[in-house]
Design a protein around this ligand. Structure first.
Ligand code: ADP
Length: 326
């Protein structure tokens, strides 16, 4: 049986809507099972500066619907050094925190894996990122909300694009992963999605646009994942405009609105189930795993698997987009 008495919780890296719902779930499930809970502020930075406070059930009241994270988040270079992680470990010992639940993306789970291995310390991770780029879970906390934000924004841009008969390149987040761009394109009836996983040449893109724009439609929308591989929406628009000056090309970069807002029902339920499962995992003496949900089943995914494996884009989605954008 586990010797854990007190569980620390932190959010780290890029923020995502639903992180608060996850904090609430972890806190409440921990207290339900008789654990003490401590909130660690500003991600791994809080373990170095000692920004830590006891968390009771009322600390997490009325936050399930709030975007952002009440624990704040940060990027912490010091945690990438052995010296920094030593200070973090000493803080955990001093605060009598026996296990950690960390909520964040790829970087956060990488840090967790290194720290847990170095110190033989129990950590459970929750996938909190709008990019949906963690292997071992169908979706990550925040992804569905960001996708809905994109959908609402693109619908609005479609109105003006149609009125002016314009070609819009809309940039969405997704440095290494095209999930937001691809599913955003399907959800909005966009003509194409340019994603890091699939290389698209300008002439291919032109073909796609011409099929719709000049034949039957009076506007075209292309979603572009913000990534060095795609070059971003501005870069693509410039290339297309130069080669096809007859088009009236415009660019919109959605930017940080994709990170904010009240989480959708999907993200609230996902975060709540994953938060409760994190405590179950610790009760079952699980170590160094990320909580995933695949085919509606909770899974414990070893950090190594979650981080190291690329989550593939579903070809069926790409084909669907192609078929439906004629
Ligand atoms: P995300 O979790 O959203 O991917 P980052 O990549 O910025 O965000 O990572 C968040 C934090 O996780 C970093 O600021 C750092 O403190 C920690 N981290 C990331 N990579 C490592 C690593 N290789 N070793 C130790 N800590 C890391």
């Amino acid at each position: 049986m586990s010797q854990i008495k007190c569980i620390g919780i932190l959010t780290s890296g890029g923020d995502a809507p639903g992180m608060n719902a996850a904090i609430r779930a972890v806190t409440r499930a921990a207290i339900y099972n008789g654990f003490e809970v401590k909130g660690i502020y500003r991600g791994y930075k809080g373990l170095i500066t000692g920004e830590i406070a006891p968390f009771k059930t009322q600390n997490v009241s009325n936050i399930i619907q709030q975007g952002g994270t009440i624990l704040k988040t940060a990027r912490c270079q010091e945690f990438k050094t052995a010296e920094g992680r030593k200070i973090a470990y000493d803080t955990l010992v001093k605060e009598n925190i026996d296990a950690l639940v960390v909520i964040g993306g790829d970087g956060t789970l990488t840090g967790a894996r290194i720290f847990a291995t170095e110190n033989n310390y129990p950590i459970v991770g929750l996938p909190g990122t709008i990019d949906n780029d963690l292997y071992g879970t169908d979706t990550t906390i925040g992804y569905d909300t960001a996708l809905n934000t994109i959908m609402e924004a693109v619908d609005k841009i479609r109105d003006t694009a149609t009125s002016h008969e314009r070609l819009f390149f809309i940039e969405v987040m997704g440095r290494d992963a095209g999930f937001l761009a691809l599913n955003g394109a399907i959800a909005t009836g966009a003509e194409a999605a340019i994603i890091p996983e699939i290389s698209t040449e300008v002439d291919q893109l032109e073909e796609l646009i011409k099929n719709g724009f000049r034949k039957s439609k009076n506007s075209s929308i292309v979603l572009v994942a913000e990534s060095p591989i795609t070059g971003g929406a501005m870069h693509l628009a410039e290339r297309v405009q130069k080669e096809y000056p007859q088009y009236d090309v415009r660019v919109t970069i959605l930017g940080h609105i994709q990170r904010g807002g009240s989480p959708t029902a999907h993200d609230r339920i996902l975060a709540s189930r994953m938060g409760a499962a994190a405590i179950d995992a610790l009760l079952e003496d699980q170590r160094n795993v990320m909580i995933g949900i695949r085919n509606n089943e909770i899974e414990y995914v070893p950090f190594n698997k979650a981080i190291k494996n690329d989550k593939p884009i579903d070809r069926e989605l790409l084909n669907t987009l192609r078929k439906l954008s004629i």
